[in-house]
Design a protein around this ligand. Sequence first.
Ligand code: AGP
Length: 366
Amino acid sequence: SDYQLGEYANFMHKEIREQPEAVRRTLAGRLDERFGTARLGGLNLDPRAMRGIRRVKFIGCGSAYYAGQIGANLVEEWARLPADAEPASELRYRNPVVEEDTLYVAVSQSGETADTLAAVQELCRKGGRVIGAVNSVGSAIARACGSGVFLHAGPEVSVASTKAYTNMVVCFAMLALSLGRVRDLSVSDGARIVEALQSLPDHITAVLSGENTISEVAKEHSNAERMFFVGRVRGWPVAREGAQKLKEISYVHAEAYQAGELKHGPLALIDPAMPSVVVVPDDELLAKNIATIEQIKARGGPVIAVTNAELPEGLADSLIRVPRGEPELDPILFTVPLQLFAYHLARHLGRDIDKPRNLAKSVTVE
Ligand code: AGP
């Protein structure tokens, strides 16, 4: 294809660095500043049909499923509709209750993932209303859904998804915003969100400008054989995606955990050889996340804090700084440094970045 490496050592690095541009592309022409909303023409839902939706369910596999989890949180926050995410590989083998006022969102970069396609077909067979959130135009999942939103991330070559993942979440933010605006979200709240979305590309550029520091932190921890990724509520899918990236390309074992659940068992694993990457947004849960770091430190565990807050001096062993934006969009911004962390750690270990062992870019097997 004409998508070339150019100055980059591998596609993953290129795709991480392209994110500001990819986000701009997916936002282009879809935001309405005046009415504080988003217009996703491909959904084919008029305001009345939008208002008829009583529940939203995101389905996808791997990172697409984690992105869906962020989407579900945004729908609950902005539209106050119950929402959740489920791996398509599970849903397809259950006998799910399919309701006609549920909007199902099938999430896929490739549009060819066998489990996701099978889940879409099963939902359609039961009369479910399914839309796609797909990157590849003309792919099997895009065709099976018939309507939806294209991610416009451009080609993604690296097995580890980065820019497509980010664009998934940006599209879910626009979906949540438009669902919110036909319900109880005010025009001024909508306008605040539109503005926050418009600032995202610059905020991502700011994260990328800290790449050298992130690379240093990754190098310092590159002898670890295992790591925890810890987050709470908004930070939880971020931790899951961070752990996923690290596992995929570095082969270091990483486990994501909800901050509040650590004390119910996994704290037993903490020792000086088990670093924890803790997601610490400056939001209403800051004090709780600081307490989590203290619990880890008290057991001798090294802490890498990813944060946009002013943490107490010396609390974390390493710091990765993130710029401040609207808290609801923190999951997007906080994922980018974790991509870079995994990337540099894997580079340091000499791994094959774009083609990690045992994995394929699109999983068309069952
Ligand atoms: C992401 O880094 C992984 N390679 C993987 O989890 C991926 O997101 C998953 O296989 C789904 O792929 P899709 O988006 O093409 O459906």
